[in-house]
Design a protein. Structure first.
Lengths: 198, 468
């Protein structure tokens, strides 16, 4: 089945401030006691959104104005730490379809692209402008344009970046590489055969 | 043309260039565990795909294993479901499983090297970010997500962009009481938690030449905490001697040939690097994290930073960390009271870690009110330690001696912090809530420094505590 070509994502946006937001923060380890990814959306950022009695804390993801957002804006080194795909899975299942951040940790970035979630990097000045715009226009939509590498918010058109290979994968509908990997079966056997080890 | 080890291993394992410009890379060894593999097997079933090379995948169970009960069913039904699921998947798809009953179970990054599965010049991947550990052998080892676990099971290959290579040389001599853990914490402190993004780290220099394999593993293990997905040390005689005789090591007749091949993967003397960083071993103190990421680390004799003493970029992060850790800026780190002491994990749960601590703690007692636990990295480590009587030494000193597993490193099992307890920990991550309590606090340090904290009840310079 052909994958969707992901040219742009449009939706409400929410700002989750902070640098170095790790994947334990995005989805605490105890919620990984599961054998499927179903239901992970519910636990997104759980421990910073809820106190130990389950009461809502002051967090932008609990702010009604931003409910239903599909684009997240955050700081530098987003998704650092554990390789758990549960992190982008929980974002996806909570309705997020794109992330804008200062930059992304390597493994999180790859995991997200494999799920068809564009992750675009933006400098701090533009992130600040965008965060203010979101705060002032909580009901308005933002567009992440993968093709032109712009984030469009009202009158604003802010530049962002994405690694070329990942961008092409999204634009060409080739973000899940499995079919292409499977198609190289004989070349794979050749490499396996020439290695000095099993 | 002269090449570094990363380039050589990459080229040897390249299948082809994919349409998006990434490389289809063959992965010679695939390690799996119960947390990040069940969904991948589920996807294979959905698509009706077999495991392409089942002899290249090895499984063990580590994250959810309770360390204080050995009989099944486990009291946590979710944990019990996960071990059973892995068992079922391994049987159905023909994957070797180092199950609890084999006596070879343990943390996946302890088990691989211990079995001799980890060898120079290999590509290795596992659905766990600490897979970089295996780079200590001169392998290129990647942490991956579950979709890539699926790709590996189905094709033994994955799509990857090539990394740049940064050589980190640590020259000179480490001061007494400074360990491999301090070396990597110091490197992350200097280069940042984000500094390695896009890079593989090649660790080199006098200190790494002298390091044992287990010390090299401790450093490579935490590469990812510095942002580097891959970290490695060039293979040498230390590497070969460690591998020799292990169950999956090349046998007698193939040994000389294997060494020759392995040596050929080492970086050529005149090869290029994308970056080179040099560090003086003498500058590395016993290092402890005070904050909520592994780069927020200081020497044990330094003071807790304040927002005024850090760069403007780091102010918000410092403030957040001080607030979470409930620390007073400017106060000495030494003397911070602790509640829990944890020795174990894929960073520091190997036999040499336990031996080093056991050597020092004889005659000392864990401070009243401190819970101290020792969790061997594998059943084999546990067995070796017990044969040497280390379990007795630890227990006599007031430590709990546990079964093998990931334990309190990430608390997907009953071992976890309660409330805002502060843990002196030999593990690898001090993120908010990492050790199981959403308000729990972690300070990362070497196992010897953890032991010093355990016996004094506070963060202490081990060199002043263990003077016997």
């Amino acid at each position: 089945m052909a994958l969707a070509k992901i040219n742009q994502i449009t939706g409400k946006a929410v700002y989750v401030p902070g640098d170095d937001i790790d994947t334990d923060r995005i989805i605490p380890a105890r919620f990984m006691k599961c054998v499927t990814f179903d239901g992970l959306g519910e636990y997104l950022f759980h421990d910073v959104r809820f106190d130990e009695e389950g009461n809502k804390k002051n967090h932008s993801l609990n702010d009604e104005r931003f409910s239903g957002s599909s684009i997240m804006l955050s700081g530098k080194n987003f998704g650092c730490g554990s390789s758990r795909e549960h992190a982008p899975q929980s974002l996806y299942r909570a309705g997020f379809r794109a992330v804008i951040a200062g930059n992304f940790a390597e493994i999180f970035f790859g995991n997200s692209i494999n799920l068809g979630i564009p992750c675009v990097s933006m400098d701090s000045e533009n992130r600040e402008i965008l965060a203010q715009w979101i705060e002032s226009n909580p009901t308005h939509e933002v567009t992440v344009d993968v093709d032109s590498l712009k984030v469009i918010a009202g009158e604003l058109s802010l530049s962002c970046e994405m690694r070329p290979g990942a961008r092409e994968s999204l634009l060409n509908g080739a973000w899940d590489p499995l079919d292409e990997l499977l198609s190289a079966s004989s070349e794979v056997d050749q490499v396996a055969g020439r290695l000095a080890y099993i | 043309m002269a090449k570094n080890l990363f380039q050589k291993v990459w080229d040897t394992h390249t299948v082809k260039v994919l349409s998006n410009g990434q490389t289809q890379l063959f992965v010679g060894r695939h390690l799996i565990h119960e947390v990040t593999s069940p969904q991948a097997f589920g996807m294979l079933r959905e698509k009706g795909l077999p495991v392409r090379y089942p002899e290249r995948t090895f499984a063990t169970v580590d994250h959810i294993v309770p360390t204080n009960e050995s009989s099944e069913p486990y009291s946590d039904p979710l944990a019990d479901a996960m071990i059973k699921e892995l068992r079922k998947n391994c049987e159905e798809f023909g994957v070797t499983f180092f199950d609890v009953s084999t006596g070879k179970q343990g943390i996946v990054h302890v088990v691989g090297p211990e079995q001799g599965l980890t060898q120079p010049g290999m590509t290795i991947a596992c659905g766990d970010s600490h897979t970089s550990t295996h780079g200590a052998f001169g392998a290129i080892a990647f942490g991956i997500g579950t979709s890539q676990v699926r790709d590996l099971l189905a094709t033994q290959t994955m799509a990857l962009g090539k990394l740049k290579v940064r050589r980190i040389e640590v020259n000179g001599k480490l001061a007494p009481g400074v360990y491999a853990k301090d070396v990597i914490l110091h490197i992350i402190r200097k280069l940042g938690v984000n500094g390695g993004t896009g890079y593989a780290y090649e660790y080199a220099g006098d200190v790494f030449d002298r390091f044992t394999m287990e010390e090299r593993m401790t450093v490579c293990n935490m590469s990812i905490e510095g942002g580097a997905r891959v970290g490695y040390v060039n293979p040498d005689d230390t590497t070969f001697n460690y591998i020799k005789g292990r169950p999956y090591a090349p046998k007698e007749d193939d040994w000389e040939q294997a060494i020759q091949t392995w040596r050929s993967f080492a970086s050529d003397p005149d090869c290029d690097y994308d970056d080179v960083v040099k560090i003086d071993a003498e500058d590395i103190p016993p290092t402890v994290t005070w904050g909520i990421n592994p780069g927020q680390a200081i020497g044990v004799d330094e003071s807790i930073p304040s927002v005024d003493t850090v760069s403007s970029d780091d102010r918000a992060g410092t403030e957040e960390a001080l607030d979470y850790m409930k620390l007073t800026p400017g106060s000495p780190l030494e003397g911070t009271p602790i509640d829990v002491a944890f020795i174990g994990s894929c960073t520091n749960g190997r036999i040499s870690d336990l031996e080093e601590v056991a050597k020092l703690i004889e005659g000392h007692k864990v401070m009243d009110g401190v819970q101290a636990i020792v969790v061997p990295g594998s059943q084999i480590v546990s067995h070796m330690a017990m044969e040497k009587g280390l379990d007795k030494i630890f227990q006599d000193a007031g430590f709990e001696w546990r079964g093998a597993g990931c334990s309190m490193c990430l608390a997907m099992n009953p071992d976890k912090l309660i409330g805002d307890q502060l843990c002196a920990s030999s593990s690898n991550r001090n993120f908010k809530g990492r050790q199981g309590s959403p308000t729990g606090r972690t300070m990362l340090m070497s196992p010897v420094m953890v032991a010093a904290a355990a016996v004094t009840g506070k963060v202490s310079d081990a060199r002043k505590v263990f003077t016997n």
